[in-house]
Design a protein around this ligand. Sequence first.
Ligand code: HEM
Length: 147
Amino acid sequence: MYETLLLLHVLGATVWTGGHLVLALTVLPRVLKHRSTSELMAFESGYERIGIPALLIQVATGGWLAYRLLPDFSQWFVIDNPVSRLVLTKLALLAITVTFAVDARLRVIPRLSEETLDSLAWHIIPVTIVSVVFVVVGVAFRTSWPF
Ligand code: HEM
């Protein structure tokens, strides 16, 4: 059971973080250069179909993995426990990701135009950085590095 959930968590991470790195480092620079909203929306609509399920899998498997490490929920918020700190960091990263995603979906994307493209870029870049930090914090559960 543990191995299966960890495998799903790592597979979800490859989709979520990998997809955002492709978006931020290859698609976005081209889109900004050509001011092409259609190119961005084409990537988004294709990626969304696997990216959103991947994030949901991360939350479900991550919650289970955290519960396995800390079966007492009150321990999740004990700051001097190093494992709780990592779990809380993951939850904070999740809150940041959801805030950016909701703002992009509800406010930026409905009004997307050549003029407002930069605003979407300022959502994509932080979400991509946070997606990499998710992986760094995930690896720290086993290695404690770099914390
Ligand atoms: C997109 C979001 C996420 C990404 C990219 C991600 C990535 C990772 C990675 C790469 C690992 C290392 C796995 C290993 O050691 O082999 C990991 C471990 C872990 N993650 Fe996540 N994670 C995400 C979200 C979450 C969430 C929301 C939680 C819930 C609090 C969470 C909890 C954990 C836990 C507890 C571990 C340690 C598992 C263990 O070694 O037993 N993750 N994560």
